[in-house]
Design a protein around this ligand. Structure first.
Ligand code: SF4
Length: 122
């Protein structure tokens, strides 16, 4: 099975999904990605990967991410898409789902607090 390019080529990312910071620059973050040539196949799981092998591979991918100059941009991209597979910005797909769930809960709490404040003021 063909693995997706990691990170995606700019042409693969819909313009509206590219963070505003990247749209404003001549050199998008993808060009600085340490994993542009993922020859070790660290970032995406092969089919039927045993759990121990997956955990080891993901930790190795995270170590690559930790020294990547565009980790923040990559992570935000993966959260905004959202990217359903692979390690992006130092987070696995499961970890990104947790971050997104926390963000959604926070948004709901903020909206509730704003409605309460408006009701109290009115
Ligand atoms: S943070 Fe990780 S996944 Fe993202 S571009 Fe850098 S090395 Fe690749």
């Amino acid at each position: 099975m063909l693995q997706p390019l990691h990170p995606p080529r700019v042409a693969d990312v819909p313009h509206q999904r590219v963070p505003a910071r990247d749209r404003d620059q001549d050199a998008p973050w993808h060009t600085e990605a340490v994993c542009r040539r993922d020859e070790a196949g660290l970032f995406f799981a092969p089919s039927k990967e045993p759990t121990a092998a997956r955990l080891s591979r993901e930790e190795a991918a995270k170590r690559v991410c930790a020294r990547c100059p565009v980790m923040v941009e990559c992570r935000e991209h993966a959260l905004l898409q959202p990217e359903p597979y692979g390690v992006w910005g130092g987070l696995t797909a499961a970890e990104r789902r947790v971050v997104l769930a926390r963000r959604r809960r926070r948004e709901v709490e903020l909206k509730k607090a704003a409605r309460g404040a408006i009701a109290a003021a009115g």
